[in-house]
Design a protein. Structure first.
Lengths: 211, 251
């Protein structure tokens, strides 16, 4: 027999999957638009707002489930994590929007070298996919791989900033705009890693210590 | 510190093996909840802790129960003495209906040979104050115990158990016949009482176990499946059976 709580948990799960799909699309579209010099601010802003709206709905439902059913053990861990995971997914949307604003702030950046951004963006997109796949499959091992990838992204960001400080990037507009985008990507990677941590917590109850 | 320790405890009713090789340590001045489905042996387990189980014809016990390290089943031990040290409160409030409120609390003292009326009066007042009933009944101590509400009757029964100054209080589903308001008052009382007593509570209400206990024991088919700190049991149980039971996925 289906427990009444299961109906709510299934609804939460579906909302998370909807957010996962939309937030992935937002990040991918924003990065592609940046490299192609396209303005997609309006579109991404709408998606970002929608993500925030669903996140609020998830929080409401999670609190309602706690109040009505007093969940424990894996149910409680899932419900708690659903709020944290959707916060991360909502942040994907917000950073995607922030990426789109860089073009409007700096104007044409087509002459800049995008290679570091493309390299980091590829890694971050893989992290997003892995974090979502780990959630869908409740795959602890896959979730654990995200931490190392996050370290790699952090290092890429730090190295780029170091290069600017050492003045190896001579074009100020290119280097500042790239730094902003790399920073947004680095934050997205943090949230993807955090989603992986929540997957581990849902399955094992183990809280991964913050770095 | 351990107040009670069960070692390889087994209990039977007419050949039915209802408690199977249970070993656990009940901590002093803590509340230990025993949870599990109906018929899992949880009430029998706590009845073994004060030798109530053996009062039932056809009942048998093996293994050890240590109270402060002393085996309560030792031949030299008087079971009446054990039941004075380990008091019990039952599911349905059971004040003696023909006795006054005062006598319901005083009865244990009188049966234990206390004759000093002043002392009896003091102990009755103290016990009724401990269960927060004194102010409500001090002007009608001669009324029948049955005249009280269900929640008050249960508090009266707890006062009766406390009057003989036990060290341990066994509570067998003490709130199952009470409304939510009376239940909250009993729960608050139980938490307050742990300052002075070691408490073991059998409950069907898992939220009650989660709310008030420090340790939780989960029993199934006579076996102790899992025992540990309540905060861990309800967040992260180790055994799949425990997980299934507390999340309502059982059966």
């Amino acid at each position: 027999m289906v427990r009444l709580l299961d109906l709510g948990i299934e609804k939460l799960n579906n909302m998370i999957l909807d957010m996962a799909e939309l937030s992935t699309k937002a990040v991918t579209t924003a990065i592609q638009a940046y490299t192609e010099g396209k303005d997609v601010r309006k579109e991404i802003f709408e998606w970002s707002e929608k993500l925030r709206f669903i996140q609020d709905e998830v929080s409401e439902l999670a609190v309602e489930l706690i109040a009505r059913y007093q969940p424990v053990a894996s149910d409680l861990r899932f419900i708690k994590s659903s709020m944290e995971i959707t916060y991360g997914l909502s942040r994907f949307g917000r950073y995607a929007y922030d990426i789109t604003t860089v073009l409007s702030m700096f104007g044409d950046l087509s002459k800049c070298d995008h290679s570091t951004i493309i390299k980091m963006a590829d890694k971050v997109k893989v992290m997003i996919c892995k974090s979502i796949e780990a959630f869908i499959k409740r795959d602890v091992e896959l979730a654990r791989t995200l931490s190392n990838m996050d370290d790699e992204v952090d290092n890429m960001y730090k190295e780029y900033v170091k290069r600017i400080i050492e003045n190896k990037e001579s074009n100020l507009r290119c280097s500042v705009s790239a730094t902003l985008i790399l920073r947004y990507l680095e934050r997205i990677a943090d949230h993807a890693n955090s989603i992986g941590d929540k997957v581990i917590y849902i399955i094992t109850g183990e809280s991964v210590p913050r770095k | 510190m351990d107040k009670i320790e069960a070692k390889d405890l087994n209990a039977w009713y007419d050949g039915n093996h209802v408690v199977k090789n249970v070993s656990l340590r009940i901590k002093s001045n803590q509340i230990t909840a025993v949870i599990g489905p109906s018929g899992c042996g949880k009430s029998t387990l706590i009845r073994c802790f004060n030798r109530m189980h053996e009062l039932i014809p056809g009942a048998k016990v093996s293994g050890k129960v240590l109270l402060d390290g002393e085996d309560i089943y030792d031949d030299s031990v008087d079971p009446v003495d054990i039941r004075r040290k380990i008091g019990m409160v039952f599911q349905k409030p059971n004040p003696f209906p023909t006795m006054s409120i005062f006598d319901n609390v005083a009865i244990g003292l009188k049966l234990n040979g206390v004759k000093d009326k002043k002392k009896i009066r003091e102990m009755v007042e103290r016990s009724l104050k401990m269960v927060a009933l004194w102010d409500q009944v001090k002007d009608r101590l001669n009324d029948s115990g049955a005249s009280l509400s269900g929640g008050q009757q249960q508090r009266l029964c707890i006062a009766r158990a406390l009057a003989v100054e036990p060290e341990v209080l066994l509570l067998d589903e003490p709130c199952s016949a009470l409304d939510p308001n009376a239940t909250s008052k009993i729960e608050e009382l139980i938490v307050k009482l742990k300052e002075n007593y070691t408490i073991v509570i059998v409950t069907h209400n898992m939220q009650q176990a989660a709310r008030i206990s420090d340790f939780t024991a989960f029993m199934y088919l006579g076996e102790l499946i899992e025992y540990g700190e309540t905060s861990r049991i309800f967040k992260q149980p180790e055994k799949e059976l425990t997980e299934k039971y507390i999340t309502g996925r059982f059966g």
